[in-house]
Design a protein around this ligand. Structure first.
Ligand code: SF4
Ligand code: SF4
Length: 299
């Protein structure tokens, strides 16, 4: 049976679409945004995480590590250059400060969790959201999962970076989903390559095609603009995105204000931090960004 690597399945989210939802966080992403709010979802492989707030006594794990990768004098505790992801240290960590992020799941294992929350979907108008990372990295798994969710008449929403093959998406995903959230981050291609690791051409093309389908009676697609100070939240970028969306006859969108909490997640897995910004945006800064979209319904 087809398997996918997941970071987690969150049972009762209120933030990822209408109503109460189960969110399936896939592991792996073709982009590498320097502010990624889910840095643990960028790599497809299972990773060691160290949460120093849970650590009560360093000792057994250091002895268990065959690579000498754990050292209390190291600010991150784990030397990720030495770590081979054998996960022997997690077996002796009683406080779960050392843990593994990422595990293989079958479609039936995901459905077992989904089924537990079905009553909440019915009473709240909720459903299931596929998120990540980028769920489209697992097209066959998602096709099998989405087909079974539709058999159960569950509302299906997907959150995507937009970086996918439209041929696969049309064939394996689109027939089964009710709604799409797609991030539009940077309009300038070179800036997108610099800050997200890949060109945005395919993303903008995919958005245009899916929005056109919506205008012709297909499922709704909501563009989401992450506001990253100094990168996406610049007057030039926001004005360019607003012009692009107007040309596509888009009438509603949402903005996602910057959340600096991602850096502590990145530290737990030893990710290199390229973009450093610990400050929350002020209400006035967010309002200024929203003003570029005054002709749209902001949801
Ligand atoms: S997962 Fe890494 S740190 Fe833990 S025991 Fe293995 S090599 Fe050492
Ligand atoms: S597309 Fe999303 S999950 Fe992927 S790197 Fe960018 S912010 Fe992270």
């Amino acid at each position: 049976m087809e398997e996918a690597v997941l970071c987690e399945i969150k049972g009762n989210s209120l933030d990822d679409g209408p109503g109460i939802r189960t969110v399936v966080f896939f592991k792996g992403c073709p982009l590498a945004c320097v502010w990624c709010h889910n840095p643990e979802s960028q790599s497809r492989r299972a990773q060691l995480s160290f949460d120093k707030t849970k650590c009560v006594d360093i000792g057994e794990c250091v002895k268990a590590c065959p690579e000498d990768a754990l050292d209390k004098h190291n600010p991150l505790f784990v030397d990720y250059d030495k770590c081979t992801s054998c996960f022997k240290c997690t077996e002796v960590c009683a406080s779960e400060a050392l843990s593994i992020i990422g595990d293989n799941y079958t479609v039936d294992q995901v459905l077992a969790t989904v089924d537990r929350y079905q009553v909440f979907y019915e009473t709240s108008g909720g459903g299931v959201t596929l998120s990540g990372g980028e769920f489209t990295l697992y097209p066959t798994f998602c096709e099998q999962l989405l087909r079974k969710l539709k058999e159960r008449k569950i509302h299906c929403l997907v959150e995507t970076s937009g970086y996918f093959s439209m041929a696969h998406f049309e064939q394996k995903i689109l027939p089964y989903i009710d709604q799409i959230y797609m991030d539009i981050k940077l309009f300038d291609e070179q800036a997108h390559i610099k800050h997200c690791g890949k060109s945005n051409k395919q993303i903008l093309e995919n958005f245009g095609q899916l929005h056109q389908r919506y205008l012709e009676g297909g499922g709704p697609i909501l563009p989401r603009i992450p506001l990253i100070p100094g990168i996406t939240a610049t007057d030039k970028n926001l004005a360019a995105i607003a012009t692009f969306l107007k040309q596509q006859n888009v009438t509603e969108l949402t903005v996602l204000p910057y959340n600096p909490m991602w850096s502590s997640k990145a530290n737990k897995i030893g990710s290199e931090i390229i973009y450093s910004n610990e400050k929350w945006m002020t209400a006035a800064e967010v309002e200024h960004c929203r003003s570029f979209f005054k002709d749209f319904r902001l949801v």
